[in-house]
Each structure stands twice: as C-alpha cells, then as structure tokens.
Design a protein around this ligand. Structure first.
Ligand code: BG6
Length: 293
C-alpha cells in the first residue's frame, strides 16, 4: 500500500486476524490491531501524514537523540526520514523469525545527513507480528566506519486507552526518574502503581524488562517486554499542552498514553564495526488474564 504522499506502507497480517501497518516514513508503526480488529495504538484525528514530520501516533522512533537536549532536531532525525526495505538483512536469532510475519527496514545516512550527524551507521529495524498478535520491534544499529559515536533511542509508543484517568502503570514503583517538566531533575517515585491526574513527562531509570499498562475501563492490559532498553518514558500532555499542539485534538490526551522503551540516561556508544540490539515486544491481553496468572 501507499499513503497519500506516495510513501510505501507495509501491512503485516496473521491468519487469526491481527495486523500491523508500518510506514517507510520514519519506519513508524502506524497501526496495530488485535484479532477482533480493534486498534491498539492511538492516532490523533488531527495527525498530519506528511513528511518531514512524524505523524502524531503509532510508534515513532526517536534516534539518535531523545527530546531536545542535544544539537539535533527534537527526538532526532530517524522518525522524519524515508527508510527502505531491507531485502537481505543479516540473520537474526531464530526465535525472532519463527512463526512470525515480519518486514525488515533499513536507514542509512545520505550525504546531506552527515552534515548534521557525521557518523556512518546502518539502522536495521525488524517489525514482526506473532501468530497470537504480539508486536515486536528489533533495532540493530551498527557503526560501519569511522570514529565511535553515541546515541539515545526510544520507541515512542502511543497506546490507545479508554480514558487516561482509568489507567495504571505497574512496574515503575520506587524507581528514580528524570522529570522533563523540571529540566530533567531527578526524583524518586513514591507509592504504588502510577496513575494520571495531570501532565506527565518522565524518564524512569533502570526499569524492569516487563512493565504493564492496565486499562480498567477496557479491561485490557498492555504488557511491555524489552531488552537492551533500560529506561522508560511516560508521557501524557494533558489539557493545556494538548491545546497548544496543532496535531492533537484538545481532548485527545484522554485516549492516549505514551510509554517508551528507551536508552536515554546513558547513551549507547559504538566503535567501528560494533553493533547494538534493542528489542521491544508488546502484547494486549484481557485484564482478567493478568490477575488470574
Ligand atoms: C515526549 C517528550 O516523549 O515526546 C515530550 O518527553 C514531548 O517532551 C513529546 O513533548 C512529543 O514530542 P513531539 O516532538 O513528537 O511533539
């Protein structure tokens, strides 16, 4: 398929009906549906599907910078580039191919890109869907030539939720976080699972490899499994910030929560020839399943 800018989109579909759609613009997952055809990722009704900006929703990839602490554009350039399909990717661990449908994408810098970030890298992204509808994103980033470089990365995942007031995040209790609302000052999370009553923009540090997002109203739990990605961002712009964002409806903050598996606090450093791998797997299960098991 192609979007209305002529940029290719790849649809993954498994026999039981789950599906995902990936755009070559940004290597961004723009849809993920369960076997009943319910959309699990948020997309703003005001989203702009037009390069050079990433559309508001799905899973934009922030690379090689997270946020605006650095010399590059906010969240780096990868989400604003057109990726290509990688027809001959190096082999991955068999568990990451068996019984899954997948697409391999590739981002390499063009001559112009080297002016703003002078590093020769190859970024391979595999997006796959398992038979039971779990979505996996595996990033392999290689320094192919030249001096060492460092980067941050985040899978900026917009989960679709019934109502942000009914949502709880489990797995981040008692951890330290950097608060983007206070110049990245460091705080320690208190109390129980995290709930939402105002703007949140935090980078949790040293997070466990499994974190859950519980949506009480929908009776749905998103289970996030990750490897190589120690940090986790929670972001909801709430009322005031939403109103200032052109590509987000005034009330749409209620239907979304960004939970990003990420490596931010300690950037990843690669010497020539070295490769880094980061893996995110998300699944959506009925909440009763979680409390019974
Ligand atoms: C979050 C950042 O991850 O992304 C926020 O922590 C930012 O500070 C948000 O506002 C959205 O960024 P953007 O560039 O997609 O509007």
């Amino acid at each position: 398929a192609r979007d209305w800018n002529g940029i290719e989109q790849v649809v993954l579909r498994v026999p039981r009906g789950a599906s995902a759609k990936v755009s070559l613009h940004g290597g961004q997952v723009i849809s993920w549906k369960n076997e009943r055809g319910e959309e699990l990722l948020f997309t703003s009704s005001k989203a702009i599907f037009k390069p050079p900006k990433a559309m508001r929703g799905g899973i934009p990839i922030c690379f090689p910078q997270f946020g605006n602490c650095g010399s590059l554009e906010q969240h780096g350039f990868a989400r604003n580039k057109v990726w290509s399909i990688d027809d001959d990717p190096p082999t991955l661990h068999s568990n990451d191919s068996n019984g899954k449908v997948f697409v391999d994408l590739l981002l390499k810098p063009m001559e112009d890109d080297l002016k703003c970030w002078p590093h020769c890298f190859e970024f391979r992204l595999r997006v796959s869907l398992s038979m039971d509808g779990n979505l996996t994103l595996i990033s392999r980033i290689r320094n192919i030539n030249g001096k060492q470089f460092s980067f941050s990365i985040a899978y900026h995942t917009y989960f679709s939720v019934s109502n942000i007031s009914e949502v709880r995040v489990e797995g981040l209790e008692t951890l330290d976080y950097l608060d983007n609302l206070c110049q990245r000052e460091r705080f320690t999370e208190q109390g129980d699972a995290i709930t939402f009553e105002s703007e949140v923009d935090r980078i949790y540090l040293g997070t466990p490899n499994v974190v859950a997002v519980l949506d009480h109203e929908k009776k749905r739990t998103f289970v996030i499994r990750k490897e190589g990605l120690p940090d986790m961002v929670l972001w909801n712009p709430w009322e005031k910030k939403s109103k200032s964002m052109l590509d987000l409806g005034d009330d749409e903050y209620k239907q979304m929560l960004c939970v990003d598996a990420a490596a931010i606090e300690r950037p990843i450093t690669l010497k020539t020839g070295e490769e880094w791998t980061g893996r995110l797997e998300i699944s959506a299960v009925p909440s009763s399943y979680c409390s019974d098991h």
